[in-house]
Design a protein around this ligand. Structure first.
Ligand code: TRP
Length: 344
């Protein structure tokens, strides 16, 4: 992890806010990209974890059931990965109307051309083939994300590198708002990037993604994990065991770089593979055993929580109530600073 000093005053704990769109269960890419960091951060910071159902709807209105049903799935993944509801506040975005109100106010501080310049949005528009048919809510989701962050006065946001433009835009909004009202009401934030910002898919494609069908879910069965590792590309020219093999671009090695804790033995393995005489199956069994060991406890914990969804909903209800209180306090300050307080 990058170490950043963000503590505004020596006594104050950093405030962390991050979250995920609820479009399906989480996978290993989420785990190494940010979930792992959140499990660690919950002991050092005050942490809010957002189940971003409203944001997920901005490009999934046709599949609103999938979005709402995934709220509990993502919560199960958080718990399975080690998020402790006593330490972290998990909450549901759509159930905190203060966030929608704050977004609405912030929208007046950004131009359409600035929204259209956001590189992540541009890439997503390209991937989804949106032209003028883009849902307006999609174009402005970075503003809603800025509301998510600023409502909690979060100063640290653990995210993947694709989210950096969102942080930049949030900070521009903070600056414009504060300048407009002449007070530091909203707080700027910093992104916290993990060392592994992007795990490739098992097919070697740039990003692990459920929709690309190249992901390993955190609740994957032992058989699924085995199949996924067996499907990974190695070096297509490494036909016989004696042949020298390529390490760069070899998906199994890319994964071993992330999941093999013994660097010395990994380097030996790479040298042996390059020389020739090392079977792909040896690499794959090594990787598989690490993945099985990592995922087994998560799968088991996930099954335990899934057996008592009422308890999980109760945690979410409590978390959401706490989040609402906090967001309402900031919204109150924002409205007062703008003079939107006629009856006080
Ligand atoms: N955009 C994030 C994702 O794609 C989810 C998200 C919504 C978020 N609001 C946020 C992340 C605020 C960090 C901070 O998963």
């Amino acid at each position: 992890m990058q170490t950043i000093s963000v503590t505004p005053s020596p006594a104050a704990k950093p405030i962390v806010l991050t979250g995920d769109r609820t479009t399906g269960p989480l996978h290993l890419g989420h785990y190494v990209g940010s979930l792992q960091a959140r499990v660690r951060l919950q002991h050092e910071a005050e942490q809010f974890l957002l189940l971003a159902d409203t944001q997920a709807l901005t490009d999934n209105t046709g599949q609103h059931r999938k979005v709402t049903e995934s709220v509990i799935e993502v919560a199960l993944d958080y718990l399975a990965a080690g998020i402790d509801p006593q330490q972290s506040t998990m909450f549901i975005q759509s159930q905190v109307p203060e966030l929608a109100e704050l977004s609405q106010l912030l929208l007046s501080f950004v131009t359409v051309s600035r929204l259209e310049r956001n590189p992540t949005i541009r890439e997503e528009i390209r991937l989804r083939g949106f032209e003028r048919d883009m849902p307006a809510g999609f174009l402005v989701y970075p503003v809603s994300q800025a509301a998510d962050i600023t409502a909690f006065k979060a100063n640290l946001v653990p995210v993947g590198d694709d989210q950096l433009p969102m942080i930049e835009q949030a900070n521009e909004l903070v600056q414009s708002f504060n300048r407009c009202v002449g007070q530091d009401v909203l707080v700027p934030c910093e992104a916290l990037l993990s060392k592994v910002t992007r795990l490739p898919g098992i097919d070697g494609k740039a990003k692990m993604s459920k929709s690309l069908g190249n992901a390993i879910a955190l609740g994957a069965s032992a058989a699924t994990i085995k199949k996924a590792v067996n499907r990974m590309y190695t070096d297509e020219r490494h036909l016989r065991i004696e042949d020298p093999g390529r390490v760069n671009g070899n998906v199994v090695f890319t994964f071993l770089d992330v999941f093999e804790p013994d660097v010395v033995s990994l380097n030996e393995l790479k040298a042996h593979y390059r020389r020739g005489g090392l079977a792909d199956s040896v690499l794959k069994r090594r990787l598989e055993s690490h993945l099985q060991e990592l995922i087994r406890p998560m799968r088991e914990a996930r099954e335990r929580y899934a057996a008592d969804k009422g308890q999980v909903l109760c945690m979410l209800r409590q978390g959401t109530a706490k989040a609402r209180e906090r967001a309402a306090a900031t919204l109150g300050e924002v409205k007062r600073a703008m003079g939107l307080c006629y009856f006080d």
